[in-house]
Design a protein around this ligand. Sequence first.
Ligand code: VAH
Length: 311
Amino acid sequence: MNRIVVTGAAGQIGTEMVAALRARYGPEAVLATDIRIPEGSTDGPFALADVTIGDSLDAAVARHRADTIFHLAAILSAVGEQRPQKTYEVNIGGLFNVLEVARARDCAVFTPSSIAAFGPGTPTDPAPQDTIQRPNTMYGVSKVAGELLCDYYHHRFGVDTRGVRYPGLVSWRTHPGGGTTDYAVEIYLEAVRTGHYDCFLSADTQLDMMYMPDAIRAAIELMEADPGCLRHRNAFNVTAMQVTPASLAESIREHLPAFEIAYAVDPVRQAIADSWPRRIDDSAARQEWGWAPAFDVASMTADMLANLQTG
Ligand code: VAH
């Protein structure tokens, strides 16, 4: 991995992935791309590229002489139910274009799947690495299709495709947009801003979560792993913790005792969350490439609040 193109570089994961990759490989080694120019200064090359337009992405990859693509551009679960056709176009059509460019230009590809690739009928506690995947959201369908497309491009064309199934991701630098787990970011923002949060999921909705520094490290460690150790490739379950809105609120009150949470459940996002597992089994990632999270709820909360209160 020497010359990298990141798609979705202005997004919640992309912003921090670009920074981490530039710190590790050098600013000029990482070309950030997105359909919109990221806010704030970029300390390295940027290009406008739309993954739904194959030539647009191909030109960026060719110009950068990339050997690796971190494909992070996607529409998330809640917006995916509002705009299913657009989500199909971006999440499946965009990935297909990335894989075709990678095949033509001999690039390795990292692209994340999600716990949303599971659905009703999947064992919920824990969801195994290999199990039933019948998601009932367009986002989840696009993630299962993506896992299978990446496997196909590896077996049929030899493309070095790798990926993980991320849980909900918590970060303070760039806020998520349109996800069902966005509450786990909003709760911290509101705790600092107003001391009160109206949560759109019910108090006992348990989901897997991960702090963004762990998510970024997981992607880089997987891409740097010895391919001979990988029995799975494109859908490693990875997780760091299981939380509910109530347990996150409790963790916040350790620092802000007056913080209050109320519940105004959004039935659409509650139904999406209820279709996902309560806990995923990430033993395959731990065994095959040494995955291990560094942050738990307590250390994530301390770091989130410290950064939001000084930001
Ligand atoms: C979403 N943040 O909420 C994403 C994620 C597991 C959830 O894939 O849609």
